[in-house]
Design a protein around this ligand. Structure first.
Ligand SMILES: Cc1cc2nc3c(=O)[nH]c(=O)nc-3n(C[C@H](O)[C@H](O)[C@H](O)COP(=O)(O)OP(=O)(O)OC[C@H]3O[C@@H](n4cnc5c(N)ncnc54)[C@H](O)[C@@H]3O)c2cc1C
Length: 221
């Protein structure tokens, strides 16, 4: 019986280069998707030309959520079409003894599929809240609920995460034996995303401290 937590590998999710770095279990995929703040969505425009656009994303169980203006070229083109979504995290720069063997420790995901528009107002509202919470955990407890007008002005897509791969590099530099005696520093330079102090908007009409979601910002929650 197939393991429901392990995605089937398809012709286009088969890693040809360094396949041992490939992962297909949902826990690994979800952890990368949830930690990343943005994704890049690849579409093919009406002239058959590829376009890749950065955008925010959220996850609802086994589905990726995307949203934007109802007038968005990106979302209108992506809707009911084959798209490719890429998500990337860089953990460290890998500095080898030779330029050739420099690399990065990274975790990335590629998802293929056909997203559908969420047309039910309640479902779209919940998806929008999930998208906000994915970026700023706790924020939906601090702001008013979305209005139906706002929900309908937003195009929200649901992409099942069924055909996807993760690729992870995690390790030290790897140099060739003939370069190991070189007097050159080698190692890892960790990469961290940090957040600064909240900056209060100039046009605030109340004298309030930063919301908890900003003051205690952590993600994933
Ligand atoms: C971090 C981040 C998060 C974002 N999150 C969202 C989101 O959640 N929802 C959303 O709808 N949009 C989001 N955007 C904006 C998004 O990248 C697009 O600008 C927007 O979706 C409109 O895309 P379009 O193809 O419909 O626009 P169009 O105006 O039709 O695009 C036409 C052309 O404009 C240029 N262009 C469009 N967007 C960009 C860009 N970001 N950078 C450089 N050139 C560009 C490209 O040349 C493109 O071919 C985000 C952008 C960033 C950087």
């Amino acid at each position: 019986m197939a393991d429901e937590d392990e995605l089937a590998v398809t012709d286009r999710t088969t890693l040809k280069r360094i396949p041992e770095r490939g992962h297909f279990d949902r826990d690994t995929l979800n952890a990368i998707i949830d930690e990343a703040m943005i994704c890049h969505v690849g579409i093919v425009d009406e002239h058959g030309r590829p376009v890749v656009i950065p955008t925010f994303h959220g996850r609802d169980g086994d589905d990726l959520l995307l949203h934007g203006s109802a007038a968005s070229r990106l979302l209108r083109t992506a809707r009911n079409s084959e798209i490719c979504v890429t998500i990337t995290l860089i953990d460290s720069l890998v500095m080898a003894r030779t330029a050739f063997h420099h690399s990065a420790n990274y975790r990335s995901v590629v998802i293929f599929g056909v997203p559908e528009q969420i047309t039910d107002d309640a479902e779209a509202d919940a998806a929008l809240n999930t998208l906000v919470e994915a970026l700023i955990p706790g924020r939906m407890d601090e702001v008013r609920p979305n209005t139906t007008k706002e929900v309908r002005a937003t195009l929200t897509l649901r992409l099942p995460i069924t055909e996807a791969s993760a690729k992870i590099r995690n390790g030290p530099p790897v140099d060739d034996e003939e370069d190991m005696d070189a007097a050159v520093w080698a190692g890892l330079l960790p990469v961290h995303t940090t957040f600064g102090e909240p900056i209060t908007a100039d046009d605030m009409r109340h004298d309030l401290p930063p919301s908890k979601s900003a003051a205690n910002y952590r993600r994933p929650a």
